[in-house]
Design a protein around this ligand. Structure first.
Ligand SMILES: Cc1cc2nc3c(=O)[nH]c(=O)nc-3n(C[C@H](O)[C@H](O)[C@H](O)COP(=O)(O)OP(=O)(O)OC[C@H]3O[C@@H](n4cnc5c(N)ncnc54)[C@H](O)[C@@H]3O)c2cc1C
Length: 317
């Protein structure tokens, strides 16, 4: 009853990194109560995904073969049946587009309280979770009443479990009601401008409103090229139509975790920080020494970007 069940996530044949983050978080939660950590792997090449998610800390992996890609009804039914079978105390799902699709349905069906977009938790006899409110300006600690709960965890908040484990892998014979499947994924299409996935980039040069005009972007493209980096931006650049939406970093854009993030002419609003503060090394270029971006930066250049950027490009070239 003190066990934890997490649900792995995959897309187009690849296990998503959040699955390994859920292993770390799930292990932490299971340890708080001396319980076991179980991982559900549903649909697609379940054997390959089970092998990929088999990391130290996992006690058992349960595979459910059904279809290839994520499906709301299949996931809802499979997770509910696994929960009923394993009887864990906590159900941990990713706070992703897919996770948000089935987590509320599963929690409602299982009559579990649901805490979403959790960025931290503690367990001292009972579970308390931390969530951001007011656009990230305030962190609220919320005590979960009752013994059991379902939570969705925000990606990139926990380290990925990396060490290979030796968990038992078992096929779970879920009784999926085909009649109840109301939708099917028929294919994937990249959205227009979906030229890069900044979420996967290791080195990002990001530009903000300080660039002033669209034509000035050329010099930032030059710097990104010289550094071998991917170009991203804050929201105003995307709102102006100067870069496509898939390059926006932040709360309403993408969460990125590169090794290096160079923020140029970006003030560091909370909604922007929400998307990049987990970068390993942050470099900021801003003419305002009091810009909040310097609060999270490891290295800062206080100066005019129209002087600093060409100079950096020349140096790196
Ligand atoms: C619900 C909601 C969701 C949001 N989601 C996002 C999001 O996903 N991503 C996001 O980025 N924002 C988001 N925002 C907007 C966010 O609040 C800020 O408005 C935005 O991040 C500001 O972008 P910026 O830093 O480029 O511009 P500004 O805040 O205008 O900052 C420009 C910076 O450039 C500096 N600067 C100006 N000229 C120069 C120069 N010549 N040389 C050097 N520095 C210079 C200035 O000192 C300033 O610090 C969201 C807002 C809301 C309400």
């Amino acid at each position: 009853m003190s066990d934890v069940l997490t649900v792995a996530e995959h897309r187009q044949g690849e296990l998503r990194p959040v699955s390994h983050e859920l292993v770390t978080a799930g292990r932490e939660l299971a340890d708080a109560n001396g319980g076991e950590l179980h991982v559900a792997v549903i649909s697609g090449d379940v054997d390959a995904y089970a092998e990929a998610v088999n990391r130290t800390g996992v006690d058992a992996i349960h595979t459910v073969e059904h279809g290839e890609e994520f499906n709301h009804d299949v996931y809802s039914q499979a997770v509910e049946q696994l929960y009923a079978d394993l009887d864990p105390q906590y159900l941990v799902m990713p706070h992703t587009v897919n996770g948000l699709d089935y987590a509320p349905a599963v929690a409602t069906s299982l009559d579990l309280p649901l805490a979403t977009d959790v960025i931290d938790f503690s367990h001292n006899g009972s579970l308390s979770v931390t969530r951001e409110t007011y656009g990230g300006k305030v962190e609220a600690d919320i005590k979960v009443t009752g013994d059991r709960a379902a939570v969705t965890l925000r990606p990139t908040e926990w380290e990925q479990a990396t060490e290979a484990g030796d968990a038992v892998v078992e096929a779970f014979d879920a009784a999926i009601d085909e009649e109840a499947i109301g939708s099917t994924v028929t294919g994937f299409e990249e959205v227009a401008g979906g030229d890069v996935d900044i979420g996967e980039a290791e080195f990002i040069v990001s530009i903000g409103r300080g660039i002033e005009e669209e034509e000035n972007l050329d010099m930032v493209w030059d710097l990104a090229d010289a550094l071998g980096a991917t170009l991203a931006s804050s929201r105003p650049i995307v709102d102006n139509g100067w870069l496509p939406q898939n390059r926006q970093v932040g709360q309403s854009g993408k969460v990125v975790t590169p090794d290096v993030y160079v923020a140029i002419g970006i003030s560091g609003a909370v909604q922007h920080l929400a998307g990049m503060s987990s970068a390993d090394t942050i470099v900021a270029v801003n003419e305002d020494p009091d810009a909040p971006i310097f609060d999270v930066a490891d290295y800062g250049i206080v100066g005019d970007l129209f002087e600093v950027v060409p100079e950096l490009t020349a140096q790196f070239e």
